[in-house]
Design a protein around this ligand. Structure first.
Ligand SMILES: Cc1cc2nc3c(=O)[nH]c(=O)nc-3n(C[C@H](O)[C@H](O)[C@H](O)COP(=O)(O)OP(=O)(O)OC[C@H]3O[C@@H](n4cnc5c(N)ncnc54)[C@H](O)[C@@H]3O)c2cc1C
Length: 352
């Protein structure tokens, strides 16, 4: 039986393990954290990623989004710029990260072994296989070890890697009753978004321009439209993360028998809400190619499919992030005007 080591048990790593298991591989997942899990925040899962999860047999994410009220883009005083209900656009499933992680790991069968508290430091390979930390051997290593990937660093020591976006993000989960479909509110250099999770709670996030490593609080949003202050007040805990993406061009996702997947390959800013979705899609593509061809051809095909697709997303996400974080009031006015106009055009098209 073919063997694989997956480095990292984030959403990318655990989805890759399920995908490899479905291809008949024996999989060992190595995770440096003492236990499996995900941070306390929500995540958007777009239809293309939901389709991959369904294909892999992961149940529970296909539940339709509970979006029934207008959602879209507002100004800090609450005036709508554009409403998604008008546009008829498809919305993602919103789910708690821990719930998504649990639904994926629930599919682990006897072919998947998980070792937590195991940190990968070295990876070497020859024509026959890959060796991790000089002691574990496999036919394939899938590096899903996140934006600061040790494996990517070993393969491409010259690559610059993470790039600070200039803004930090706050996230929380609020257990509140709301009569609001959510969406995003764009201000001057700040953005706030919220959505109802499939478990009924609300996930919210906010961003602020600031230097890297500066601790701060989401105080500015306390004067923004209802229900934003209530969401913040209703959250037990607020997470803060500086936002980084990976330097372009991205490095090749495959070198010999080692594959990069998820943020290790293509970390992007969260503006499109597609980073984890892309990791899930990577896992689906890897399984599809492994089922269709022998190893080396499959890995070449994986890189050829996923690197261009995710490069586009890294660029689009970065561009959207820059637009959302603009501080100049004239540019913000123009930006909002253009979005409103674009919304009207899309609504007209949707009606036709
Ligand atoms: C504020 C914010 C909001 C976001 N919102 C969304 C969203 O709504 N939708 C979406 O699709 N994406 C979103 N993303 C992006 C998404 O979080 C990431 O793309 C996704 O979590 C990446 O998953 P991953 O498994 O590739 O990496 P990670 O989640 O970083 O997992 C890597 C794992 O590897 C482990 N590890 C690292 N190094 C080692 C080592 N040497 N040895 C062993 N284990 C190791 C780590 O402990 C970790 O468990 C958001 C990101 C941020 C910051």
């Amino acid at each position: 039986m073919s063997t694989a080591i997956v480095v990292g048990a984030g959403i990318g790593g655990v989805t890759a393990a399920v995908a490899l298991q479905r291809c008949g591989w024996q999989v060992t997942v190595l995770e440096r954290a003492p236990e499996l899990g995900e941070v306390g925040a929500g995540i958007s899962v777009w239809p293309s990623a939901v389709a991959v999860l369904e294909e892999l047999g992961v149940k529970g994410v296909e539940k339709a989004s509970v979006q029934s009220k207008p959602a879209g883009m507002r100004r800090p005083d609450g005036r709508w710029v554009v409403s998604a209900a008008e546009l008829g656009v498809e919305l993602p499933v919103m789910i708690h990260r821990a719930q998504l992680h649990d639904l994926i790991t629930a599919e682990f069968g006897p072919a998947v072994t998980v070792r937590t508290g195991y940190e990968v430091r070295t990876v070497t390979q020859d024509a026959d296989g890959v060796t991790v930390n000089g002691e574990l051997h496999a036919d394939l290593v899938v590096a899903a070890d996140g934006i600061r990937s040790v494996v990517r660093g070993a393969l491409y020591p010259q690559y610059k890697g993470p790039r600070y976006s200039g803004f930090s993000a706050y996230r929380g989960i609020a257990d509140v009753e709301l009569d609001d479909g959510g969406g995003e509110t764009w201000g001057r250099g700040q953005l706030f978004g919220f959505a109802r999770l499939i478990d009924g709670r609300y996930y919210w996030y906010g961003t602020a321009n600031q230097p890297a490593d500066a601790a701060s609080e989401p105080t500015v949003f306390k004067s923004w439209h209802d229900p934003i202050p209530r969401l913040i007040a209703g959250s037990e805990k607020v997470l803060q993360n500086d936002i980084y993406d990976l330097t372009l061009p991205l490095v090749p996702f495959v070198q010999g028998r080692i594959v990069l997947l998820g943020d290790a390959a293509h970390a992007m800013t969260p503006n499109l809400g597609r980073g984890a979705c892309s990791a899930i899609e990577d896992a689906g593509a890897l399984a599809r190619h492994l089922q269709a061809s022998e190893l080396s051809q499959a890995l070449t095909a994986y890189d050829a499919e996923r690197r261009p697709a995710t490069t586009k997303l890294v660029k689009r996400s970065r561009g959207l992030g820059r637009l959302a974080q603009v501080e100049n009031p004239v540019v913000c006015g123009l930006r909002d005007g253009l979005f409103a106009l674009g919304g009207k055009v899309m609504a007209l098209r949707a009606r036709k």
